[in-house]
Design a binder for this molecule. Sequence first.
Ligand SMILES: C[S@@+](CC[C@H](N)C(=O)[O-])C[C@H]1O[C@@H](n2cnc3c(N)ncnc32)[C@H](O)[C@@H]1O
Length: 244
Amino acid sequence: MRSFQIVKRVKQVMAVLSQPSSLASINDLPWNNVLHAAAKPLFTDSKVMISFEDLCERLGLPDQVTCKPLLRGDLTPGGVSPRELTILCHLAGHLQPKRLLEVGTFRGRTTLNFANVLPNSEIRTFNWPQELCSFPVGEHFRGTAFESKIIQVWGDTRTYDFSQIPKIDMAFIDADHSYEMVHVDSAKVFSRLNDDGIIVWHDVDRNHLGSTRAVMEFCNSKQLPFHIIEDSTLAIASRRLAKS
Ligand SMILES: C[S@@+](CC[C@H](N)C(=O)[O-])C[C@H]1O[C@@H](n2cnc3c(N)ncnc32)[C@H](O)[C@@H]1O
């Protein structure tokens, strides 16, 4: 173990001794991995996994992809894959939410694509303030014809008052993928979601068992039907997915 890791562990132990409830917020401890592993069976649960085609059928959408994503080739680490971008464009493009909220702008690739398929919608994208980021937030849409259509909201989801955001029809949650923060972001977004609105999360897969577990717990607590879309790391939840 390197010295900085030892210092980090000592600090964690001290923090837990002084405030035992902080144990749950230490995301990289081995026993947290064990807790998060409880989410693993979801990936083999046929009631949870859904193919793109079946999802389209459940939502009454065509399954032939016609929306062409922009900037497919830009695969900055941390961003969605080309297939995921295609799925997001297809869902947004056919559902045509009046208001969409994205949590986690990063360089703006997904934001740009939402703006491209939603010419008549109000699009908000939320991120930490630029001065706290080491990359140009939203660079993909800045200076393009889409910029004036996109409302950039700056803040930290932990402290931002989401009641300032009008009710939304679709949300894409793709910010901090830790167990705790996915719970926080999901609750805040859900508080602004219309009854038949749709939430999509990124990074719900075997490599992100914390966020997977948070999505599962959150949806169960709200009795919100949810699925993980096969061959992607996207999860989707909506009352519209309830079986009739
Ligand atoms: C994975 S990136 C988003 C990628 C983007 N959706 C895309 O695919 O083009 C996550 C972003 O969320 C932001 N972020 C993380 N935690 C946040 C928080 N608590 N509040 C606001 N922004 C946050 C980061 O600054 C980063 O830009």
